[in-house]
Ligand binder design. Sequence first.
Ligand code: HGA
Length: 607
Amino acid sequence: MCGIIGIVSTAPVADRLLEGLRRMEYRGYDSAGVCTLHDGALVRRRAEGKLANLAAELARNPAPGTVGIAHTRWATHGAPTTSNAHPHATGEVALVHNGIIENYKPLREELLAEGRTLESETDSEVVAHLVSREVEDGASPEAAVAAVLPRLRGAFALAIAFRAHPGLLIGARLGSPLVVGYADGEMFLGSDALALAGLTQRIAYLEEGDWVVVTREGAEIRDAEGAAVERPVTTSGASAAAVEKGNYRHYMQKEIFEQPTVVAQTLSSYLRPAEGRVALPQFDFDLSAIRRVTIVACGTSFYAGMVAKYWFEQFARVPVDLDVASEFRYREPVLEEGGLALFISQSGETADTLAALRHCKAAGQTIAVVVNVPTSSMAREADLLLPTHAGPEIGVASTKAFTCQLAVLAALAAHLAVAKGRLSREEEAEIVRHLLEAPAALNAALDHDEDIEAMAPLVAGARDVLYLGRGADYPLALEGALKLKEISYIHAEGYASGEMKHGPIALIDEHVPVIVLAPSGPLFEKTVSNMEEVRARGGRVVLISDEDGLAEAGAGCLATIAMPRVHPLIAPLVYAVPVQLLAYHVACVKGTDVDQPRNLAKSVTVE
Ligand code: HGA
């Protein structure tokens, strides 16, 4: 989603603002802009499209100044044009915004009725004018912001610069994340610690409703009531190096190949191999008393949750409800006492998921979160924080975060099962043993990269693709289809193998590749029968299976992809690799923008 950065310094800021935007470009890339304060004026530079266009604009028309704000946009209101790009400015105020001002229409009417001219179609611009109006009427920057914030409904992270006050910026957050960065003689605002990696590691996280006045000397933070508050300054581990592509062509490719390492890293904080035990971080409630689990997430995280539903029910015999976050609150879910509500999100800031979390919290549920950013809003609001240790995920299409989520969820399922008395010590040790095999199995799966690259052209020409899987591999079929849609723009659907005959089979012809995920095991024969139903209708099958599966059913397929033979528990982690690689190589064949696919953005902080 939109990325925000602000710097108050004594040295020129434009280059560093641009550098910060580069680290955040994965969040949004339809336009970008910078505004600095120089010689008593606001100097604004904006450009449509990728950040390179803004860099070129700044090369042509530099933005001098030692104080400034910048933004990379993922449009919600108004087309991705230069005039809709942030910063939005009046003569007095310039502002960048992440979020949605839900009541912008009446505010806009009010401003227009006063004869003010608004230049953009965005919701954000009204905030610049509201603040500006106060300043023009003689209010100080602090008083202007304090007067305007209570009038805004919706979600916002804001950074505001004032023409007549060149030594300060004001930031505010409600619903969208904003951090304050501390350094000697200069201060920063940013959407997250990663945005400020390379500038500072000393970070304070604003709480909901906080706003902050930032000067070169420091920050004065106030809460929603205007009372001065302290927010702890922590040392962020985010490093600029972690946001480099290394020798890889794309972030997504790098992140796919990081999976053995980061899954091992994640597992190491949940498993005690020597004792054959699963261990969770500290928490303060009785896991054995949990009677129902409600899992809520979006996108790829939702599919991780879907795999977890299989595991929780199979191992712990606890009933699981599963919802996409954007639907959850609005269907008035029944949340019984003694329920654990589990939220899964790479960023920990996903607006729909965060709103669902708060809904469950208000309803008295115990809150657990699986997030990749341990300082995120979800992490801070949870009773049980289960971090993944995937490192920064920059590719918009999630890969390593997904497999790390699965690793954590498998550990949680086992732990819950032990707490519930459903798993003996021996069975727990057995699960630990299988989970520990995952990193090596992921490596073995990655060894087939070249085979997958070689067969990608067979899929790249298709208009539609079906993915089939059964049991805990069914969510993988959904995830495979999502990955392909996201980065290659080919229409793809995932189905439970047995469901195909109830409708989607009508789509089958020789032009629709059908990707079948079928590790050998108890469900293999059934899936192969569904595959035969496809073939009997002229359909072309790509079978992803292990040696035994391919020996039994590989003949006559359009292509086969060999996977290591693994225990069914870790099959969803391992089979994530070929569907990720297939989507990746198909996108490369098609020449699409793998890391910044059209219309998408990472860390979806708007509802
Ligand atoms: N509503 C603003 C900001 C969008 C945003 O935060 N996206 O993540 C706009 O459309 O410019």
